[in-house]
Ligand binder design. Structure first.
Ligand SMILES: [Zn+2]
Length: 290
């Protein structure tokens, strides 16, 4: 029997990707239709993937829903890891550690660096006893749906040596680096102007080889740049807006004119198609080992 973290599904999904030369989509889901769409896409494409929810789901949908999603992911015909994205409140992290997630992203990047290290180490120690792996953010990936000014961004970037020190001391399995990426819309010039791929490659070189890097803030990003980001060593790509927005547009346009059953079915289809296309792009299609 393998030991932690080799026995953890999120770890296995990224380990397989790193050994077989492809990247993995981590799809942010807000409703049951999104979850079903992502699972069905993964099964049709025979692609490993990750499905993520925000802490909001733990509170709004509740424990039973989280347990259901975990079961649905784990009983799929392909490997699907279930993750919690951006867990900021300490009480949410504590709650999440009692739920069946494969991975929890602990976002303590607003703490000062030493405090962030101590805190993340403590969480990893608890998570290890429960078979859960941990993604951490270093530097700070800023932004919101309203956009943010780019001033003072430099000081929020991840420093390669500090990242290595952070990972060695905390034992986190995945790193979300800050290299000019932000959440929400980019100012003029877009990611092409702000992303420092050299820094990303330096971070990849500096950190332990068994730690995988995660891309946050990839909307809107041109496919060429995304490919370069993967080449620079990013393996887990968090996908939210680029699939969610067409799905929301569909519901805004058609929702009121369809029967509930038809709307549910068609919205699953829309989400599924978005996820499936992205799996083809990443090269994860056909990579299932289950
Ligand atoms: Zn994020």
């Amino acid at each position: 029997m393998s030991t932690y973290p080799e026995n953890n599904l999120a770890w296995q999904v990224l380990d397989h990707a790193s050994k077989n030369g492809y990247a993995v989509g981590a799809f942010n889901c807000y409703t049951l239709e999104c979850i079903l769409g992502a699972i069905r896409a993964a099964e049709e494409k025979k692609s490993p993937c990750m499905i993520q929810v925000f802490p909001w789901s733990m509170h709004f949908h509740g424990r039973e829903f989280i347990e259901y999603v975990s079961k649905a992911c784990h009983s799929a015909s392909v490997p699907i890891a279930f993750c919690l994205d951006h867990c900021i409140q300490e009480s949410d992290v504590e709650l999440a550690l009692t739920m069946p997630f494969d991975c929890i992203m602990v976002d303590a990047s607003s703490k000062d660096p030493e405090e962030n290290i101590k805190y993340c180490k403590k969480i990893v120690d608890i998570a290890r006893t429960r078979g859960i792996t941990i993604e951490a953010e270093m530097g700070r990936i800023i932004g919101s749906e309203d956009g943010v000014p780019m001033v003072d961004m430099e000081q929020l970037f991840t420093e390669p040596d500090l990242a290595n020190d952070f990972l060695k001391r905390t034992g986190c399995q995945y790193l979300a680096p800050s290299f000019g990426n932000i959440h929400g819309p980019y100012p003029e010039g877009g990611p092409e102007k702000y992303w420092q791929l050299d820094r990303l490659a330096e971070i990849r070189k500096a950190i332990p080889s068994n730690v995988q890097m995660v891309l946050h803030g990839m909307y809107p990003v041109l496919p060429d740049l995304l490919k370069k980001t993967i080449e620079a060593g990013t393996l887990k790509l968090n996908v939210n807006n680029s699939i969610r927005i067409p799905w929301q547009d569909f519901m805004a346009e058609k929702g009121s004119r369809l029967e509930m059953t038809a709307m549910a079915e068609q919205s699953v289809e829309i989400f599924k198609n978005g996820v499936g296309d992205f799996m083809d792009f990443l090269g994860s299609s056909g990579q299932s080992w289950k």
